[in-house]
Ligand binder design. Sequence first.
Ligand code: 0X9
Ligand code: ZN
Length: 305
Amino acid sequence: GVFYERYHSLEDIYYWINKTKQDHSDMVKVILIGSSSEKRPLYVLKLSGRRDEVKRAMWIDCGIHAREWIAPAFCMWFVNYALAFYNQNTEITEILNNMDVYILTVMNPDGYKYTWTTDRMWRKNRSSNKDSDCFGADLNRNFDANWCTKGASDNPCDPTYCGQFPESEPETQAVARFLRSHKDTVKLYLSIHSYSQMLLFPYSCSYDEIPNHNELFEIVKEASTKIRRYYRTNYKYGPGAKTIYLAPGGSDDWAYNFGIKYSFTFELQDRGRYGFLLPPSFIPQACNEALLATKIIALHVIKKL
Ligand code: 0X9
Ligand code: ZN
C-alpha cells in the first residue's frame, strides 16, 4: 500500500505499532524493552507464525542512526510483508513457522524525531554530555566491542562519539539487555542502515577474521548475486572492517561476540546520489532488495539449526 512507500514521523510510527498489534493480535505482540534518553519508549514487535513448538528467533533493528530514514521504512515494510504474505509466500511462511521475529523499528527515536524537526542530517542519539555543550553519542560506537578504539571518537562533538563508556546510552543498554535475556533463542542478528549498498558481517572493530567467515561470506555473496539478478542493483559484501571501514563499538560485532554467530549489517540504497535523502519513490525497491537478502539469510540459518 501507498502507506509503506512514504517516510513516517515518529508519532505515525508509534501509532502504526499500536495499530499493527490490534489488527494482527494473533501474530503480533508488542514488548517494551526500555526507553530513550529523552524517555521515549522503545517498542519491539514480536511476529510469530504457527506456535506449536519451541522456536528460535531472529532480531532486526532499524534506525540506529537518525538520518537513515530508509531503515525504519524497511522495518515497517518487513512487518507489513510478513503479515500480508504469511501462508501466501512459502519463504516468509517457512521463516515465521521456524523463528519468532523481533523488530525494533526505531532504535534511536530521539535522533529520528530531531531529523524531522531540527536537523535532517543528525546521526547520534540526543543524550546530554557532561563537560560539553554537544549532544548525543553514536549508538553504533557505544556497544562493547573494542569500544572507542580507532574508528570512533572520544569527543562528544563528533558524529562518531562513542559515549562515556560501553553501553552508556539507554538505547544501547535496552538492546543489549534484551538480547542477553533471549540468548538461548536469538540465532540471527540483523541491523539496518544506509547508505552505500553493502551486506556486512563481523568484524568491523578489527581486521581479524571470524571463525565462520567463509559461511557468512557465501551467504552474503548469494544474497548480493540474487539482488543483482532481480533488481539490477549492486551490493558489495564482506567483513565490515575491510569492506567499509574500521569502526569499533558496533551492534553487529557485539552480538557476534556475545554468541549470535549469524550477525549482519545491511547498508541499503543508494550509493551516494541522494545518500541519506533517498526519495520516497525508491522505498519499494530498496526495501525489496533488503527483504530478499533477509529471506536468504534467515532460510540459511533455519536450515543450519
Ligand atoms: O559506521 C557505521 O556505523 C555503519 N555505516 S553508516 O554509514 N550507516 O554509519 C557501518 C556499520 C558496520 N558495522 C560496524 N561498524 N560494527
Ligand atoms: Zn548507520
